[in-house]
Design a protein around this ligand. Structure first.
Ligand code: SF4
Ligand code: SF4
Length: 258
């Protein structure tokens, strides 16, 4: 059976930060969505008839703001095998009060944490590291602080370029809310008017239909660079995000807060 190294799943497109380099384009959205977990269950079930999923990353937006995130994780978890690693990627806005989300840390195997400028305004890098260490020690899960590099603002062109050397997402796979596989979230997130004509033209040909596929066709699809990637910069930057700004668009309150 084919081993699918990693599968990303969008929980929502809602975020309380507004980063200019957001790969989910939260800042540019006129409306946000919290996805119903049920839309993912059938595609996941069918995919596993010919692929084993090693690792699922649930992200958004900011997944902790999904009103039913606990049920979302539980259902995804129960629809995959016991040895599939379940990761949640968060922007860490809740730091340093990590115990308020103890019920989430108890459900997952890994917490991924991006370093966003807004967070660095609130806490030092050392405080962020200590918070992650407390979570790791208390809840016995893997924690990963993404300190090395991050998305840059994406740029799109109509002249083909050799993205493969630069894009670190060309090996990613994402299950989109419509049940189709895509190489990365950009294909689903970027508003058409922000991408180039050629990127828009080729993006649908890079999708993979789980229900029409099999192990062989999935393997071929995974090993091919999507045509639309030639028209996307796919750049990464070194963090901490110098040159990129974040603004808080909504201070989330915990249930029971004043
Ligand atoms: S924290 Fe920033 S980059 Fe992450 S989802 Fe929110 S707006 Fe996007
Ligand atoms: S080149 Fe762009 S569209 Fe292609 S995988 Fe990389 S970030 Fe995604």
């Amino acid at each position: 059976m084919l081993e699918l190294k990693r599968l990303d799943i969008f929980s929502n497109t809602n975020c309380n930060f507004s980063c200019s380099n957001c790969a989910a384009y939260c800042r540019q959205r006129s409306f946000t969505e919290n996805y119903d977990v049920e839309i993912y269950l059938e595609p996941l079930k069918h995919l596993q008839t010919y692929a084993h999923i090693n690792w699922i990353d649930i992200y958004g937006g900011e997944p902790t703001l999904h009103p039913d995130i606990s049920n979302f994780i539980t259902k995804i978890k129960s629809s995959v095998s016991n040895n599939t690693l379940i990761e949640l990627t968060s922007n860490g806005w809740w730091m340093p009060n990590e115990d308020r989300y103890r019920y989430l840390w108890e459900l997952i195997g890994k917490l991924g944490q991006g370093i966003h400028p807004e967070l660095l305004k609130r806490l030092s890098l050392e405080d962020i590291r200590l918070c992650m260490k407390r979570i790791r020690d208390k809840y016995n899960i893997i924690t990963d602080l993404y300190l090395d590099s991050s998305f840059a603002c994406f740029a799109f062109t109509d002249i083909p370029n050799n993205t493969r050397d630069r894009c670190r997402f060309d090996k990613c796979t994402i299950l989109m809310p419509n049940g189709i596989l895509s190489r990365c979230g950009i294909l689903q997130s970027v508003p058409e008017n922000l991408a180039s004509i050629n990127f828009n033209k080729y993006k649908s040909s890079s999708f993979f239909n789980i229900f029409e596929g099999n192990e062989k066709s999935l393997n071929e699809w995974l090993n091919k660079t999507p045509e639309c990637c030639k028209y996307c910069t796919g750049d990464t930057i070194k963090v901490p995000h110098f040159g990129y700004e974040t603004t808080v668009i909504q201070e989330y309150k915990y249930p029971g807060d004043e």
